[in-house]
Design a protein around this ligand. Sequence first.
Ligand code: 9D3
Length: 252
Amino acid sequence: MHIEVVTLFPELIRAQLGAGVTGRAVTRGLVQVGTEDPRAHAPDPYRRVDDRPYGGGPGMVLAVEPLATALGVARARLPAGAPVIAVSAQGAPFTQATARRLAGLPGLLLLAGRYEGIDQRLIDALVDEELSIGDYVLTGGELPALVVVDAVVRLLPGVLGDADSAAQDSFGAGLLDWPHYTRPEDWAGRRVPAVLLGGHHDEIRRWRLQQALGRTWQRRPELIARRGLNDEERMLLEEYCAAAGIAPPARV
Ligand code: 9D3
């Protein structure tokens, strides 16, 4: 996959992509990531990329011209079939389903904004899709663009080790994780749950599934509603709720 990010802060994008799993994916050639800075395409000698909003009000708006030129330059490096995706607080929610869909594409052209926003005509003319990473206010689109890149790149074939991808598949999406423990068995009087020390693989599987179901029900009940429960899951969750003294999901 080839990803291009149009941003006024290309160094933020490059710094993140030098590290960790995504960094390794880049050095292994599993993904190529480029950046294009609209400031390099500002028509005036002061390299201004923003201007005052028509209609008045606070803040500045990113002007069309430098962004349009930067998008064109980045587009020329991409394969056909790479959509222009603006990260924006006005966008549709970015979810794991979005990440899976984007991971199947040959390329992405991500546009990260700054200031009060981007001239709407640039969005109308050149942007295919707008994505938000959540309901909170950031100062710009670079962190959201990196969130999208990270979530997509880890899904590309060969990026994760077998263990990680298998765990993902066997468990499926839609539940929070179960609790994890490592040595020592006893830390300050807090013991690792006995079931994990016993080596009974099916008991451990059921305990983990039960913990995942219980935590999801307590913290993110809407995920249980969206996903549904099979007979085993319903039984495990009812048992968890009884022990925790909380109400189980209603039968449907
Ligand atoms: C306080 C500024 N807001 C006026 C009511 C508008 C605004 C402008 C620019 C809000 C946020 C931003 C910068 N944010 C993003 O570019 C952004 C973002 C976000 O802030 N939250 C969640 N997802 C995203 S994706 C891009």
